[in-house]
Design a protein around this ligand. Structure first.
Ligand code: GDP
Ligand code: GDP
Length: 496
């Protein structure tokens, strides 16, 4: 469940490989002596800084530029210290405004520094206003520098943070440019912004070369699909597996019919290689330990985690007879698959037992009840595919594989930021908030990850997305981009 909240540690974008020209630019702003140069130096370490002169109105100012490294993040950093945004009189220098605007125009993000020891100064407020006026589109992170020697015994720190909040740039992150305190928090704050930007920029570029740098995960989607066939004993998993192996070209493993003793039994379905996850192992185990506990083998997180798509097999006859079509163990496994971010396909086997006139009522019941109960069990994901088959008669095998592959493809889907933002614009108008003031301002929407699709909504203002809002966005994404049946994750980030 922790995974839902954060992006996995592995960077989606391999920043190191990206052309420096494409790197996002972060400008350091703040009144003199707050520590801009110190932070700049920490970012670029011993690497070379480029100093260039920006003549404006007979004044020459130096702007330092360098490639910053913060964890696995790379970005261009501009130190505006040379711009001397404040004159001795204590107001922003007008004559540098134009030149500064030029520098600002080249930046997508800003780190706004204040000095925690000084508290909030009038000049800080001016810098804040100035930034808002000259660069309304810049996403800004507020930091309280020189926080290294502060503990909150006196409440001073909380007071300073509370005061800093007045700047309108959200909660400040305490850092120390000198000691490196708070760099992890700064990383966490910058990362989704930079990643969103990178994906945005890269998705606009069409060259194959750039495509390759977008994500190694797109390529992974063409890699073998890892399928786990799970279910209680005797629902027909081995029979289904044999049917699939007979129909398709088996790549490894022994002859069909002996699968339960095999180490691996991988096969090819329409150009796609399918790896069966842990099949031999659990088939054997479920055979040995009949009884309610046996499903627990497959419930092990490890097996599920290795699968991309989980095919949960149910027995149609049991469904027809029982009051609820899914046994507790089956509900648990279906939920767990979704919670772990896997694609899920439900297979109702032994439909042949429900043919014939005398069974038509039962047949109809099964067809109606299973999708309904899946939906009830897993309300957060709509449109989980349900396939009705007879493994024994070999019917429905292609339907099973089609759904498995289609689920996998949705799971790997990557939507460009420009497309998502066009969509966002429309979808926000589609939803009516009873209280207009309660409508969150979603400024920007980007996919930070695939497998499963994970999105970040950048929300400005004081109204964050509620659970209802997130559900609405999830539902709309699913409908508009045909992403039913797979888990989708939406995170939010506050921006000014
Ligand atoms: P700038 O004018 O904003 O570029 O500020 P500088 O980087 O030149 O820093 C101004 C002063 O604050 C220098 O004396 C720095 O050594 C000091 N300074 C910068 N960062 C820190 C910090 O994190 N902690 C402390 N204690 N001093 C700092
Ligand atoms: P597993 O324990 O889930 O691997 O189940 P098996 O594949 O071993 O099947 C259990 C029993 O159900 C066997 O007797 C199979 O012949 C039977 N069976 C499997 N699939 C079907 C089917 O589609 N229709 C019918 N009527 N029986 C089936």
């Amino acid at each position: 469940a922790e995974k839902v909240k954060g992006v996995s540690k592995k960077s989606v974008v391999e920043f190191g490989k990206v052309d420096a020209k494409l790197l996002p630019t972060v400008i350091l702003v703040g009144r003199p002596n707050v520590g801009k140069s110190a932070l700049f130096n920490r970012f670029i370490r011993r690497r070379e800084a480029l100093v260039y002169n920006t003549p404006a109105d007979h004044v020459t100012r130096d702007v330092r530029e360098g490639i910053a490294k913060l964890g696995d993040l790379r970005f261009k950093v501009l130190d505006s210290a040379g711009l001397e945004m404040a004159a001795s009189s204590g107001s922003i220098l007008d004559r540098t405004a134009e030149m500064t605007a030029n520098v600002l125009a080249r930046s997508q993000f800003a780190i706004f520094l204040i000095d925690v020891r000084d508290g909030l100064q009038p000049l800080d407020l001016e810098v804040g206003k100035w930034l808002r006026r000259h660069a309304p589109g810049i996403m800004t992170i507020l930091v309280m520098n020189k926080s290294e020697s502060l503990d909150d015994q006196t409440g001073f720190f909380t007071a300073a943070a509370g005061e800093a909040y007045k700047l309108g740039y959200g909660d400040p992150i305490p850092i120390s440019a000198e000691t490196g305190l708070g760099m992890a928090e700064l990383y966490e704050a910058l990362r989704p912004l930079l990643e969103g930007y990178m994906l945005h920029i890269l998705s606009e570029k069409e060259s194959q070369e750039t495509q390759d740098t977008i994500s190694s995960e797109d390529k992974e989607c063409k890699l073998p699909l890892q399928l786990a066939i799970v279910g209680r004993p005797n629902v027909g998993k081995s029979t289904l597996l044999n049917a699939l192996l007979q129909q398709n070209r088996v790549l490894t493993g022994p002859e069909a019919g002996l699968t339960r003793d095999s180490v691996r039994a991988d096969f090819q379905f329409q150009e796609r290689t399918i790896y069966l996850v842990d099949t031999a192992g659990w088939l054997q185990r479920t055979k040995q330990e009949k009884g309610p506990a046996s499903l627990s083998v497959m419930q092990s997180r490890k097996s599920l985690m290795r699968a991309h798509v989980v095919a949960l097999v149910l027995d149609a006859e049991e469904v027809a007879k029982a009051r609820s079509s899914m046994k507790h163990a089956e509900v648990v496994i279906a939920r767990r698959a979704i919670e772990e971010g896997r694609g899920l396909v439900v297979i109702v086997n032994k439909m042949d037992l429900l043919t014939g006139k005398q069974n038509s009522k039962l047949y109809e019941k099964v067809i109606k009840v299973v999708p309904e109960e899946i939906q009830t069990a897993i309300p957060q994901v709509t449109g989980i595919p349900v396939v009705f088959v007879s493994a024994l008669e070999g019917r429905g095998r292609i339907a099973v594989m089609r759904q498995v592959v289609s689920t996998y493809e949705k799971w790997c889907l990557r939507l460009s930021t420009s497309r998502l933002n066009r969509w966002l614009h429309k979808v926000m108008r589609r939803h009516s908030w009873k209280d207009q003031a309660a409508q969150p301002k979603v400024k920007y929407f980007t996919q930070v990850k695939a497998r499963p699709p994970t999105f970040v909504a950048f929300v400005s203002g004081k109204t964050p997305l509620t659970d209802t809002d997130t559900r609405f966005l999830t539902k709309s994404l699913k409908e508009d981009f045909d992403m039913g049946g797979i888990p989708i994750r939406i995170m939010q980030r506050a921006i000014p």
